[in-house]
Design a protein around this ligand. Sequence first.
Ligand code: DC
Length: 217
Amino acid sequence: MIIAVDGPSGAGKSTVCREVACRLNFSLLDTGAIYRCVALVALEKNVMDEDGCADIAKHLDIHFVADKKGQKVFIGDREVTREIRTFEVTQRVNQVSAMGKVRAQLLDIQRRLGHCQNTIVEGRDIGSVVFPDAELKVFYTATPEARARRREKEFLAKGEKIDFEAVVEQIRLRDETEFHRENSPLIQCDDAVVLDTSELDFEQSCQALMKLIQSKS
Ligand code: DC
């Protein structure tokens, strides 16, 4: 069974999907991590152009290893779990993931990695492009304000403050790019169930997703 979970950045879908996959004994495929690996290699090799990035995607030897804390990401033998989350990679991946040729190259990898067993596949175009026949499609979202509040909470936990209005604005801008880019924009499929988690805490969000998945099993 494939569960496609799409939605904008920063809505908390990754953490919720990870937790739900663990509780239901599903595999998890974080497709953002695949794009991030392409961006990391592109940065390291100083490759900027679309053909060059597509070539990196074509030869990407990526695999995931589940452990107690989540998932480790490897390119060949090299673990890149942390490196793909740096600011530089996050900046670059926005460009790389908008390249049509890169997206085309990554289709096969995503389908191969997702088809092993019961899997929650999370990303932006999973229900629309990668697994259009998924047994369940969920559009996981939250308002920009709710997402900014979550970010604020994370920072406060580290003793840091954020400029709330500026973060809301950043989130709006990022949504604008993801919803309106030319290649595989983030779209809410007609057959997707919308899960708006603006008013839900982490546990309630997990429960809501689990309920949807269990209704299909
Ligand atoms: O979910 P994330 O922030 O790790 O995703 C990293 C980038 O990859 C982000 O720019 C969105 C993009 N992405 C995408 O375009 N399609 C996907 N299926 C997954 C991620």
